[in-house]
Design a protein around this ligand. Structure first.
Ligand SMILES: Cc1cc2nc3c(=O)[nH]c(=O)nc-3n(C[C@H](O)[C@H](O)[C@H](O)COP(=O)(O)OP(=O)(O)OC[C@H]3O[C@@H](n4cnc5c(N)ncnc54)[C@H](O)[C@@H]3O)c2cc1C
Length: 392
């Protein structure tokens, strides 16, 4: 059984069925459709693997995963645009961090990565300005819901079944099986993989896993440029990120629908589904505030937190951040855009967990941290999770 029908749950179900032909496998998804949470609310960027610490799971699975994803899209005729991306250093003080990104990109074998001088930026993005940049021609954009739906079709073709509108509450070992309680009753499964995104910690704890790490929801809000300003951006323009945070910084993305978005922000959210900022859930707020790691993290990152609050209340300051890289955007009006919520694992020690994390409980595997670039990495991360299940 697989719990969670986002891109990762579907990829895992597909991988398991390819290893166990003829096996019975059910995917249980709480929502009435595929991709209702992170998968359907991302930037849609196929990352090339620049940012991640060499040797980490993210580094390996992103580089291999993006290659596998492009091949998969070709095989299934899923459209994508390998439009490339620039990471722009706008001032000298950012050059050290750009050097480190270049070092990581080379160590991770990112294909085609190239350092540009300030005078070479305009050839890639005519309106972007900076003192130096990294260009990654292998970065692209795709509709991750289309990808997850294609995985789901593979699952169905291999005999798996998808149960939408079926929320799992808990699971407990019963001799050599697992008794899974859900909104439609109970099911006995030989094994289960939990890919529950924003609710992954809750389900893991309900199955006997340790409470550490906790999921803290970080809302990523976007603004959308109007048609005239959107003409200023060809593809993807990113800032040099804060190396202390696992987020990439507010960037400009020409997404697969052709819209140019600014974002996402990274604001702690009062609900795991606070797509509408007015939505707050007592249980979610309580779990965040009672977690010792939350207070330790806030003590460390309060400055970044204040900037996020300012950007959330003032679209003009969010646009001004983008205008550091593309000065012609100064004073531009931007429309409200979509929002996603990141399932970000936070340790008891206050550290935002950077790498992918997978835990085992009896007869089950739990994905405890699968933030970006997990959508890009989904085919390769699914193999790692299936290996973990095979070893269970
Ligand atoms: C704002 C934002 C921008 C991002 N940009 C990118 C990007 O450009 N590129 C990239 O590679 N990644 C990006 N990501 C990350 C990427 O979206 C996620 O890593 C990926 O979607 C994780 O997939 P998932 O299947 O684990 O999670 P989800 O898509 O969240 O799926 C989890 C599923 O589990 C279901 N579920 C939860 N609880 C239960 C339960 N109790 N019973 C049954 N079902 C349950 C949920 O309904 C949900 O459908 C971004 C994420 C965000 C939020």
């Amino acid at each position: 059984m697989v719990v969670g029908g986002g891109i990762l749950g579907q990829a895992v179900a597909r991988e398991l069925l390819s290893r166990r032909q003829g096996a019975r496998l059910a995917v249980l998804e709480a929502e009435p459709r595929i991709g209702a949470h992170q998968t359907g609310r991302s930037s849609g960027v196929i990352h090339s693997g620049i940012y991640y610490e060499p040797g980490s799971l993210k580094a390996r699975l992103c580089v291999e995963g993006s290659r596998a994803l492009y091949d998969y899209c070709d095989a299934k005729a899923i459209p994508y645009d390998r439009s490339g991306k620039l990471i722009v250093a706008v001032e000298e003080g950012e050059l050290g961090r750009l050097d480190e990104l270049e070092r990581r990109g080379i160590a991770n074998s990112v294909v085609g990565l190239r350092r540009l001088g300030g005078d070479e930026i305009g050839a890639i993005e005519p309106y972007a300005r900076g003192v130096a940049a990294l260009h990654s021609p292998g970065t692209g954009v795709v509709d991750f819901v289309a990808v997850a739906s294609a995985y789901s079709e593979d699952v169905a073709a291999a005999g798996g079944t998808l149960h939408l509108g079926t929320a799992v509450h808990r699971a407990r070992p019963l001799a050599d099986r697992l008794l899974v309680e859900h909104s439609r009753g109970t099911t006995i499964a030989r094994q289960a993989v939990f890919c529950a995104g924003l609710w992954s910690d809750r389900l893991a704890v309900a199955c006997g896993a340790p409470a550490d790490p906790r999921i803290v929801p970080f809302r990523g809000g976007y603004l959308k440029l109007g048609p005239a300003e959107a003409e200023l951006i060809r593809a993807n323009v990113y800032p040099v990120p804060d190396p202390d945070l696992p987020f990439l910084g507010a960037h400009l993305t020409r997404n697969f629908a052709g819209e140019v978005l600014i974002g996402p922000s990274a604001l702690m959210a009062p609900a795991r589904d606070a797509y509408d900022l007015r939505r707050a859930r007592r249980r979610d707020v309580g779990e965040t505030l009672r977690w010792p790691g939350t207070w330790r993290m806030m003590a460390h990152h309060w400055r970044a937190g204040l900037i996020e609050i300012r950007n959330a209340v003032s679209p003009a300051s969010f646009v001004a951040e983008a205008a550091r890289m593309v000065p012609a955007l100064k004073g531009a009006k931007a429309l409200p855009g979509p929002a996603g919520i990141r399932a970000q694992a936070l340790g008891r020690d206050g550290k935002l967990v950077d790498d992918f994390v997978v835990h085992r409980t009896e007869h089950a595997v739990h994905v405890r941290n699968a933030p970006s670039p997990a959508a890009t990495s989904s085919l390769e991360l699914a193999k790692l999770i299936a290996d973990e299940l095979d070893a269970a």
